[in-house]
Design a protein around this ligand. Structure first.
Ligand code: ATR
Length: 292
């Protein structure tokens, strides 16, 4: 643990609740390992009253913090209180990383998208030129589709229970990325035909997440194959029903813990300007989950 002094640089996590978050121990272990005089603290901000979130964001600057991560339910709510947004945060419509810039401006970024792409790469999957199915069209799906299109995916099919949401996300991202063919389809429509020509399948829905561990965002009878990778953003449980099926069918199965680590590692680098000790961050998070 960093020894706090009068010169310690502070960052934190804005969310509600934040008490179970692994981000404080993950970042503090990284600061300590590199001997950086930085500290990461929980910053719980309730939803009510509504003006609290604005006060909290402005308070980062007023109190001399260097920045913050933002998590559920405030990723959108912080946006109007920031001075500027990166193109990624603007397109995704959510901020997970705030920086207090040297001139005092508050900038909003989204490291979920590059964090996801970095984790895919770490697993040997290059999304460039790939045909992808994204299951879900909520907040996480927006970051995933952006990350995939920005990293050169050839085709993205967004499959969602509420097809209108998938269509609207597809239209918005298609306008930004003309070289990627982005389409939408309802979850109820059979997947067998399109699945065959797909390289990568990504679950961004909450199906399969504790306590709904029986949830499966895929037709049980449609097999995955050895040339496919299946990525589940859900990391609790680590082995979702979808990942179990992927493994049984012979596909590469990747859980969502790596994205959590990489989005943190990229935020770490944006704040400190120093390369994050990713392996140490992963070990820290893995140990915490092993004890839960
Ligand atoms: P997140 O920020 O984690 O993406 P979200 O924005 O609430 O959370 O999105 C949840 C996603 O899971 C949505 O795509 C949602 O589908 P709808 O848009 O139709 O609501 C999907 N989802 C949640 N529960 C589901 C269920 N029981 N069956 C199918 N899809 C479900």
């Amino acid at each position: 643990m960093t020894t706090i002094s009068g010169k310690t640089n502070l960052v934190g996590l804005i969310g509600w609740p934040v008490s179970h978050s692994v981000s404080p121990p993950m970042h503090n272990a990284a600061f300590a390992a590199l001997g950086l005089d930085w500290c990461y603290v929980p910053l719980p901000v309730p939803i009510e009253p509504a003006d609290r979130i604005g006060e909290a964001v402005r308070g980062l600057r007023a109190l001399g913090l260097r920045g913050a991560n933002v998590t559920v339910p405030h990723k959108q709510a912080v946006m109007p209180h920031l001075d500027w947004l990166t193109p990624a945060a603007q397109a995704i419509g959510a901020v997970n990383t705030i920086r207090v810039e040297p001139d005092g401006a508050l900038s909003g970024d989204n490291t979920d998208a590059p964090g996801f792409v970095a984790d895919l790469r770490e697993h040997g999957v290059d999304s460039s030129g790939k045909n992808v199915i994204v299951l879900g069209a909520g907040g996480s799906a927006r970051a995933i589709v952006y990350g995939l299109a920005a990293s050169g995916a050839r085709k993205i099919l967004i499959v969602n229970r509420t097809v209108d949401k998938a269509a609207s996300l597809a239209n918005q991202m298609q306008a930004l990325f003309p070289n990627c063919a982005i389409a939408a389809q309802p979850l109820a429509q059979p997947l067998a035909d399109v699945a065959e020509q797909t390289d990568l399948i990504i679950n961004t829905t909450s199906l399969g997440m504790t306590p709904d561990v029986a949830g499966l965002p895929w037709e049980p009878d449609v097999k995955f194959s050895a040339h496919q990778a299946v990525y589940d953003l859900v990391y609790n449980p680590p082995q979702t029903r979808l990942l179990q099926k992927a493994r049984v069918d012979g596909a590469q199965a990747i859980g969502g813990l790596g994205m959590l680590i990489w989005q943190g590692a990229i935020a770490f680098e944006r704040w400190t300007g120093v390369a994050a000790p990713v392996d140490l961050m992963r070990r820290t998070v893995t140990e915490i989950f092993a004890k839960r």
